[in-house]
Design a protein around this ligand. Structure first.
Ligand SMILES: NC(=O)c1ccc[n+]([C@@H]2O[C@H](COP(=O)([O-])OP(=O)(O)OC[C@H]3O[C@@H](n4cnc5c(N)ncnc54)[C@H](OP(=O)(O)O)[C@@H]3O)[C@@H](O)[C@H]2O)c1
Length: 229
């Protein structure tokens, strides 16, 4: 049975994705702040993505039981929050969690970094876009940028896209495919009631990245399987 860890599985798009994969027979580790909020059919894993200690504790538990991962979906996110929290949850948390779980990702694993159309590089201020497009960008550079919190939600998601590109290069030899994927504008607590897309449609955009064939793309940004920039 393949195993996926999905953060932000308590509600919204992450919960929908967790339920879909669980119904398909995956073992789903639901990364949640409150274990009671994990959907039925999943295994709750407590994690606060703003808290490095909590992230390390989750990774430590999984490493202690050698819990291999076939898929990792960094979905937890915040939108209207102080910049410090936005960058902690949206960028530093996924960076720390992904690095800590690196040894548990199986060869050929799929990793989805959930981004947003608001995080398209083409929509960012020129200086930020230039830094994030730099071919020499490292994970350390992204961490340093995130500590500065240069901008709000869109900028943080642009950094997530750059992070996917850097991880893709790092994992090329292991066949791990990692992409930055936008769910589109979705009716959730974050997206609001007037968003045009259902949680099912948003989850489907992310599922594409989980189900990529072995010769699928890595390091790009996509929505509904189509590249966006
Ligand atoms: N909805 C949209 O239109 C839209 C558009 C583009 C991108 N996205 C992205 O899609 C992802 C899911 O969004 P959504 O619409 O499903 O959002 P949502 O309904 O607001 O749900 C957010 C999820 O993130 C979790 N979360 C927030 N802060 C956390 C923290 N510190 N530690 C751990 N978990 C935390 C929440 O857990 P709790 O229940 O514990 O708060 C919840 O499960 C996000 O990355 C978002 O940026 C959404």
């Amino acid at each position: 049975m393949p195993t996926a860890l999905i953060t932000g599985a308590s509600r919204g798009i992450g919960r929908e994705l967790a339920c879909i994969l669980a119904a398909e027979g995956w073992q789903v580790l639901a990364g949640v702040r409150d274990p009671a909020s994990a959907p039925a059919g999943t295994r709750a894993e407590r994690v606060d993505m703003a808290d490095p200690g909590s992230i390390d504790a989750l990774a430590g538990r999984l490493r202690a039981e050698t819990q291999n991962l076939d898929a990792l979906v960094n979905n937890a996110g915040v939108y209207q929050a102080p910049a410090r929290l936005v960058w902690d949850v949206n960028v530093l948390g996924p960076l720390r969690l992904t690095l800590a779980l690196e040894p548990l990702l199986v060869a050929g694993a799929r990793v989805v970094m959930v981004s947003s159309g608001l995080g398209r590089l083409s929509a960012q201020p020129r200086e930020l876009a230039k830094r994030l497009r730099d071919p020499g960008l490292s994970l350390q550079d992204i961490e340093a940028l995130a500590r500065q919190a240069p901008g709000g939600y869109g900028a943080s998601k642009a950094a997530v896209t750059a992070m996917a590109r850097v991880f893709a290069a790092r994992w090329q030899d292991r066949g791990i495919l990692v992409n930055s994927i936008s769910p589109g504008w979705v009716r959730t607590d974050m997206g609001g009631a007037s968003a045009p897309r259902s949680v099912r449609q948003g989850a489907a955009s992310l599922l594409w990245g989980v189900r990529l064939p072995a010769d699928g793309p890595s390091g790009g940004m996509f929505e509904d399987g189509r590249p966006i920039d």
